[in-house]
Design a protein around this ligand. Structure first.
Ligand code: TRP
Length: 469
């Protein structure tokens, strides 16, 4: 009967529409803003290597599983899990996996919109020529002026959230699909331009080496609050969490997109394509940013402001920089938008299905609540940045980021893997993936059944200190 099941929210117009939308969800601030700054904070190449490994043996198999569950269930993640659990005679508790996803998406959106607001602000900053000829110090002070002003941040955050709500309210086809078709390729081209600029700085080799030469000492020994290098496994968790974050896994976003996927599309191929494109974008962003960091004597580990303190230097010095710069931030804002919409889609789909909300009404509610929570992240960069407002040395923003990306997403992904591999019948998986019992299926099944769950569990327990080597 699975053959004739259709989602009440509509369907993608085809396999490419899904690839575009899922890539739109995957490629976002995670690739261009977060990947470079956490790579900088965690010592460079070795971190990148661990991250790539996580993508390959954990991210891609779990992505396949998540799309598969979505397409089989054809509903919002909560109802998909409830339905599949019944169909596979598993416990009804599995629906809470859908619930956790809805909550995670909502929490992520709250701070995602704040950072996306920075990108929107930078469209205008760059266009106005503020960066023309600017020094690294000048660029840094423009950034700190912005983040220390809660009212300005609130305005940009609000603008971004409203745009997200408008797109989501318009629905699967008209809203989500179109935004990605032209903007993703354009962003890609602009990244290439930036890498081209970076190649002309005399620090290109240093930047590329930082990104691509693994130095495991720099990964595992990090300075603590007293500046003493300490052995820590936490970077592994950060790399793992980021693999989930950047592929939009573990909270139902890819599941809900999968539920709109036409029956004949190949889930394995599309997942691999999406993961490759996502990884490519992140690496290009790194290649563009680190040469600028080293050419200007900046600190790679300077945190969430990294791209906003580096790329404007490039735009300030290249011909046509104000134009290219504002175009870049426009595209970054769109990339963030196509990711943000996937963060609330599971919640919206659920409110429509279970509570008879209209799409518009559901979107407004979720958006409004998430916007409100975002204020906490805004304050984390100014009036709540002091130590008296921190918990475990982390601001509200840091805590939310840590809780969602490093804890909720890996746990969600782990449960998705367990459900697909241990609760669903093998034949259901094979049927939904449209595979014969050949090498591809066996390989995936092995990864999802043993490798991904064990790896996630070890990294997880280790990082939270319950397991030490
Ligand atoms: N993947 C997006 C990025 O890299 C962020 C994102 C969108 C996301 N949807 C998600 C992260 C779902 C986790 C879960 O910017």
């Amino acid at each position: 009967m699975a053959e004739r099941r259709e989602s009440i929210h509509g369907q993608w117009s085809g396999r490419w529409a899904f690839i575009l939308a899922a890539t739109g969800s995957a490629v976002g601030l995670g690739n261009i803003w977060k990947f470079p700054y956490i790579t900088g904070e965690n010592g460079g190449g070795a971190f990148v290597l661990v991250y790539l490994l996580c993508i390959a043996i954990i991210g891609i198999p779990i992505m396949i599983a998540e799309v598969m569950l979505g397409r089989r269930g054809r509903r919002s993640p909560i109802n998909t899990m409830r339905h599949l659990a019944r169909e596979e005679q598993a416990s009804q508790l599995w629906q809470y996996l859908g619930w956790a996803g809805v909550v995670a998406g909502f929490l992520i959106l709250s701070y995602y919109a704040v950072i996306a607001g920075w990108a929107v602000a930078y469209i205008f900053r760059t266009a106005s020529g503020s960066f023309t000829g600017a020094t690294a110090d000048g660029v840094a002070s423009i950034f700190s002026d912005l983040v220390s002003d809660p009212e300005r941040l609130l305005a940009w955050h609000t603008i971004f959230m409203v745009c997200t709500m408008v797109v989501v309210a318009r629905g699967v086809r008209s809203g989500l699909e179109k935004a990605v078709r032209y903007l993703m390729p354009a962003l890609f081209v602009l990244l290439l331009v930036l890498v081209g600029y970076a190649m002309n700085t005399d620090a290109f080799v240093a930047g590329a080496a930082f990104l691509l030469t693994p130095d495991f000492h720099a990964l595992f020994y990090q300075s603590n609050a007293q500046g003493v290098a300490e052995l820590t496994a936490e970077p592994l968790l950060i790399a793992l969490g980021h693999a989930f974050f950047t592929l939009s896994l573990g909270m139902g976003a890819i599941m809900v997109y999968g539920s709109y996927l036409p029956r004949q599309a190949s889930i394995v191929k599309t997942s691999v394509v999406i993961a490759l494109m996502d990884t490519l974008v992140a690496l290009l962003a790194g290649l563009a940013i680190f040469p600028i960091v080293f050419a200007n004597g900046l600190e790679p580990g300077s945190g969430p402001g990294l791209i906003f303190q580096t790329l404007p230097i490039a735009f300030g010095h290249m011909p046509g920089g104000a134009f290219f710069g504002s175009l870049f931030f426009i595209l970054l804002a769109f990339a963030a938008l196509s990711s943000a919409i996937s963060l609330i889609e599971p919640a919206v789909a659920w409110l429509v299905e279970n509570h008879g909300f209209t799409r518009i009404y559901a979107t407004v509610w979720i958006g409004l609540l998430s916007w409100l929570l975002g204020v906490g992240s805004i304050f984390s960069f100014n009036i709540w940045s002091g130590e008296e407002y921190q918990l475990f040395g982390k601001t509200f923003f840091d805590l939310l980021d840590y809780l969602t990306a490093n804890i909720m997403l890996p746990l969600g992904g782990l449960l998705i893997a367990i459900f697909a591999a241990w609760q669903m019948r093998r034949s259901s998986c094979r049927d939904e993936l449209g595979l014969t019992d050949g090498l591809v299926f066996k390989g995936w099944y092995f990864l999802i059944r043993y490798v991904s769950p064990v790896a996630v569990t070890i990294v997880f327990l280790n990082a939270i200190g319950l397991l030490t080597f």
